[in-house]
Design a protein around this ligand. Structure first.
Ligand SMILES: Nc1ncnc2c1ncn2[C@@H]1O[C@H](COP(=O)(O)OP(=O)(O)OP(=O)(O)O)[C@@H](O)[C@H]1O
Length: 229
């Protein structure tokens, strides 16, 4: 059987000395799409941060895209992040560069050298997110939805095994949120695995997926019909 993309077993999620989620058990296999919901402060971002190596896994078992989170060393974090695409609420694009250069920056930082391969890859991901014609624009010239498309394109650059999206529609209006969600759905259908933290009830109801909830210091899967954020 294929190894899960993500596996947590009795994993305790901490912010410094503060236990945020205890004994988290979660397995996500290739091709899965999960929402992560829960009230403000319930631990969604802390869980995400533990998954991409920003917070240390102190207790329990955790593996993600082949990395052991418990044994993860500082110098391995960039390699982990090459295999995970991360999308943030506030896009985190470099505002002094244009779209092409934002993407080129990531490819070069992750070891890409050949000019033609870099150009082809950037065209490919921009095409996927419907932004190929806007490669020359500075990111501040783009709308929020367009910026999030670029951030999603950036997440796709290294063909990640898992996409972690932390409130990707949190800064977008309802119509733009739906467009971004349609894009994430397309990416999911193309075979990618996605874990998406969200507060957006509109999306959860419209695009039904498996749903995990953080509540009372625990993480559990909830049935669709009882889902409330
Ligand atoms: N940098 C930090 N240092 C210490 N405690 C933190 C830090 N960031 C978050 N916390 C605490 O950890 C707990 C979980 O916060 P977290 O950001 O994971 O929640 P969340 O569910 O993502 O909330 P939101 O929906 O508002 O983003 C909260 O009690 C919060 O106050």
């Amino acid at each position: 059987m294929e190894k899960p993309v993500l596996h947590l077993e009795n994993a305790d999620i901490y912010q410094r000395d503060n236990l945020v989620l205890s004994k988290v058990n979660l397995t996500i296999n290739k091709g899965g799409f999960y929402y992560l919901i829960g009230k403000t402060g319930s631990g969604k971002s802390s869980l995400m941060k533990t998954l991409y190596g920003d917070l240390k896994l102190q207790r329990g078992i955790g593996s993600i895209v082949g990395f052991d989170l418990k044994k993860l060393k500082e110098k391995e974090i960039p390699y982990l992040r090459r295999k995970i695409g991360i999308v943030f609420q506030d896009f985190k694009l470099l505002s002094d560069r244009n779209v092409f250069s934002n993407l080129e920056f990531v490819l070069k930082a992750t070891g890409w050298k050949d000019k033609k391969s870099i150009k082809d890859k950037i065209n490919e991901v921009l095409d996927k997110v419907g932004m190929k014609a806007q490669y020359y624009k500075k990111t501040f010239e783009l709308s929020g939805g367009e910026q999030q498309r670029i951030a999603i394109a950036r997440a796709l650059l290294n063909d990640p095994e898992l996409i972690l999206a932390d409130e990707p529609t949190g800064n977008l209006d309802p119509k733009t949120s739906i467009e971004v969600m349609e894009l994430l759905n397309e990416i999911h259908k193309s075979g990618k695995t996605i874990l998406m933290a969200t507060h957006d009830y509109q999306l959860i109801v419209r695009y039904k997926q498996k749903t995990l909830k953080c509540e009372g210091g625990e993480l559990f899967e909830v049935a669709q019909k009882t889902t409330t954020v």
